[in-house]
Design a protein. Structure first.
Length: 247
């Protein structure tokens, strides 16, 4: 699976999974614009990509802001001529039971994952349609099927699946593939610190493979859907979850 010379924009790539994706796509030959709303994190990812001999640029932008996203895509075009691959990975959560969930908790979570994916996709689609080439990979979560305390996150991630289905249909005839990766329980520094040991054990028991996934498992799935190996695949949700089908 190679993406030599392709230009990839990965949102939230200062985070654990996005960093893995940036390293993986750059390792497969892509030039990667590493986005994050926290520039220090983006810079750190870029440093790691360059250390392994890859090409990357850091770009601070908030994916919920149309003006900032337009600036980010314009930067990719100015530096490298176009955008071939967009990975809508930026996401966050603010868990609460519904009776305690504030309007801000709802808006914050839905805005980053769902509205951000919409805004970034809208910004790159004209470039992709013009060249009749493009790959959009949206990062959902197995939580799109429902999880207690995550009404906002589940709704956002189910929305990301819906966005994939709608955009995939709209763009198929224009040479643009739109797919989605739904990670299950992935071992990242954040999951390990956030989940209590007993909760982690329970989730591992619910996973047919009886273990957590690795960051590389998600990165490889994103590479597959970003490469031409998967050129006849569009509008699909790939569960990367060790066989787990829901929480
Ligand atoms: N880690 C898991 O086990 C897991 C499981 C399922 C789904 N996911 C999804 O994978 C994606 C990445 O998760 P992660 O574990 O790497 O999280 P993370 O918190 O490590 O990384 C997310 C990054 O996104 C950035 N970000 C947040 N809001 C942003 C915004 N408005 N604009 C730009 N950047 C923004 C953050 O600064 C952070 O660096 C998320 O969409 C998450 O919902 C993760």
């Amino acid at each position: 699976m190679r993406v030599d010379g392709k230009v990839a924009v990965i949102t939230g790539a200062g985070g654990d999974l996005g960093r893995g994706m940036a390293l993986c796509l750059a390792g497969a030959g892509a030039r990667v614009l590493v986005n994050d709303r926290l520039s220090a994190r983006a810079e750190e990812t870029v440093g790691l990509v360059r250390k392994q001999g890859g090409e990357a640029l850091a770009h601070e932008a908030d994916v919920t802001r149309t003006d900032e996203v337009r600036g980010m895509m314009a930067r990719a075009v100015a530096e490298w001529g176009t955008v071939d691959i967009l990975v809508n990975n930026a996401g966050d959560f603010r868990d609460a039971l519904i009776q305690n969930m504030t309007d801000e908790d709802w808006d914050f979570v839905v805005d980053v994952s769902l509205k951000g994916s919409f805004i970034c996709s809208r910004a790159v689609v004209p470039l992709m349609m013009e060249r009749r080439y493009g790959k959009i990979v949206n990062i959902s979560s197995l939580a799109y099927k429902g999880n207690i305390g995550q009404a906002n996150y589940t709704s956002a991630k189910a929305g990301v699946v819906g966005l994939t289905l709608a955009l995939g249909l709209e763009l198929a005839r224009h040479g643009v593939n739109v797919n989605c990766v739904a990670p299950g329980l992935i071992e990242t520094p954040k999951t390990v610190t956030r989940l209590r040991a007993d909760a982690r054990e329970r989730l591992v028991r619910l996973t047919p493979m009886r273990r957590m996934g690795e960051i590389a498992d998600i990165a490889q799935a994103v590479l597959f859907l970003s490469s031409d190996v998967s050129k006849y695949i569009t509008r699909q949700v790939l569960h990367v979850s060790g066989g787990m089908e829901g929480f």
